[in-house]
Design a binder for this molecule. Structure first.
Ligand code: ZN
Length: 52
């Protein structure tokens, strides 16, 4: 198993804190470094994001 950290799906920075995650309708999961990146991605891809 890999312990490598993920890169933010918006800005590419290393994700230091988990929990800023979005699930897409196609089953993908997106991880972000901060609430800001998550919010921007959510705004830009609103139609693809699975509502919780
Ligand atoms: Zn980011």
């Amino acid at each position: 198993m890999s312990k490598e950290k993920k890169a933010c799906d918006l800005c590419g920075l290393t994700v230091e804190v988990s929990g800023f995650t979005l699930k897409l309708k196609n089953g993908e999961q997106k991880d972000f470094c901060c609430e800001g990146c998550k919010g921007i991605y959510q705004m830009l891809n609103d139609d693809q994001i699975l509502a919780e």
